[in-house]
Design a protein around this ligand. Structure first.
Ligand SMILES: NC(=O)c1ccc[n+]([C@@H]2O[C@H](COP(=O)([O-])OP(=O)(O)OC[C@H]3O[C@@H](n4cnc5c(N)ncnc54)[C@H](OP(=O)(O)O)[C@@H]3O)[C@@H](O)[C@H]2O)c1
Length: 362
């Protein structure tokens, strides 16, 4: 497959293979620059530590692809990394950025599932705030039909996370009741839409009436402003409790989450923005046979992420292509203005996703 005219591949580590562009024209290494503009974290701190600088082009390993980045999604974990609270796992780029969309411009010698010229969106372990990045080929997905690169760049991090936790781990089924905390967040807006698209009754908590309206427009049956209302009472009164809860708050919600779960209910914790420690009534866990789980995606091995990619391709990408599920972009920023995007997240002003425009056209 590598290097064929129909599927040209620019292969690292195998100089015997002719380098061809998508049109079949020979490509030279000169078409790839030696350096690129990237946004680095100068030191742990506020958004102002995000600094544009020149970096060498990353080189793909045997199973990896090199992507020319059109756009990069911005996520809360990027802010935590910037603050020094979420270090990149061993071997990952020190640059922030967990998701991109763009064009594959080179592949490692063992890659046979992707080729030069493929337009993809991809999950990364880091390095997305840059003109080029590398990632395992299995973590790439096609840009869903009808979506722009800017839109596709906002999908991987939250869609991989939500699918893995809500559907694989917590086994949400059609007809069940689902509650997501932080409903207007990137994670929340994804969870609301995907859970609704797969037939669940969806509830969400949010911190303002504006976010409440936003989540209800996205498909939540009822969004609850936790500053003015009690989510435990409202979901119990409306649906008798929740079968599955996706939680980003942690400690301070644990007791109420367990109280709210129906018998055999499942709680998936993916962040602890409200504290990592809590007291729990274990008798309630036993009596209701509740399951409490949690996970972090970033440090998992490529094969695990590749399996999620396959599920998304099969089950979710068709719903993005037919418009059942939509990317929700609040605002776009030039790459050099990444700090402004971080300010929006730091101040909890985001509704949906923020995206950095790297080389994407308008
Ligand atoms: N485990 C994993 O694999 C994984 C993967 C991806 C993301 N995450 C985590 O998931 C969380 C959401 O990420 P995101 O990028 O979607 O975030 P986001 O768009 O920045 O939204 C986070 C929202 O959480 C709410 N919030 C913030 N601090 C809070 C607190 N102390 N108590 C209650 N609510 C609070 C705010 O909404 P309101 O104004 O409505 O309160 C805020 O807008 C982050 O913590 C991120 O690290 C985990």
């Amino acid at each position: 497959m590598a290097g064929s005219l129909a599927n040209p591949t620019f292969v690292y580590g195998d100089t015997s293979i002719l380098r061809l562009s998508k049109t079949g024209e020979p490509m030279t290494a000169a078409e790839l620059p030696e350096t690129m503009t990237a946004i680095a974290i100068r030191e742990p701190g506020g958004p102002e530590v995000l600094t544009p600088m020149q970096r060498p082009l990353p080189q793909p390993g045997a199973d990896e692809v090199l992507i020319r980045v059109a756009a990069a999604g911005v996520n809360r974990p990027d802010c935590l990394q910037r603050q020094g609270l979420y270090p990149p796992p061993p071997g990952a780029s020190d640059l922030p950025g967990l998701e991109v969309a763009g064009t594959i411009v080179a592949t490692g010698h063992a890659v046979n599932s992707a080729a030069v010229g493929d337009e993809v969106c991809a999950l990364l372990t880091g390095g997305g705030y840059a003109e080029y990045c590398v990632t395992p080929a299995v973590q790439c997905l096609p840009i869903p039909a009808g979506l722009s690169a800017l839109e596709a760049a906002t999908l991987p991090e939250t869609f991989f996370t939500v699918w893995s936790n809500v559907f694989d781990r917590a086994r949400l089924a059609a007809g069940e009741t689902f509650l997501v905390h932080g409903g207007a967040s990137g994670i929340g807006t994804t969870a609301i839409q995907v859970a609704r698209a797969f037939g669940a009754r969806v509830f969400a908590t949010v911190g303002s009436d504006e976010k409440r309206t936003y989540c209800e427009q996205l498909g939540a049956e009822r969004a609850i402003n936790y500053r003015a209302e009690n989510f435990l009472e409202i979901v119990k009164d409306s649906a008798g409790g929740a079968d599955v809860i996706l939680d980003i708050v942690g400690g301070k919600y644990l007791d109420d989450n367990v109280k709210l779960l129906k018998p055999d209910g499942r709680l998936a914790i993916i962040a602890v923005l409200g504290g990592a420690k809590a007291e729990l009534n274990l008798a309630r866990v036993m009596m209701k046979r509740v399951q409490i789980t949690g996970s972090t995606l970033r440090a998992r091995e490529p094969a695990f992420k590749g399996a999620i990619a396959e599920s998304l391709r099969q089950h979710v990408w068709p719903k993005l292509a037919d418009g059942t599920i939509k990317p929700v972009i609040q605002e776009r920023f030039p790459l050099a203005a990444a700090a402004d995007a971080h300010r929006v997240l730091d101040e909890n002003r985001a509704m949906g996703k923020l995206v950095l425009q790297v080389t994407a056209a308008e």
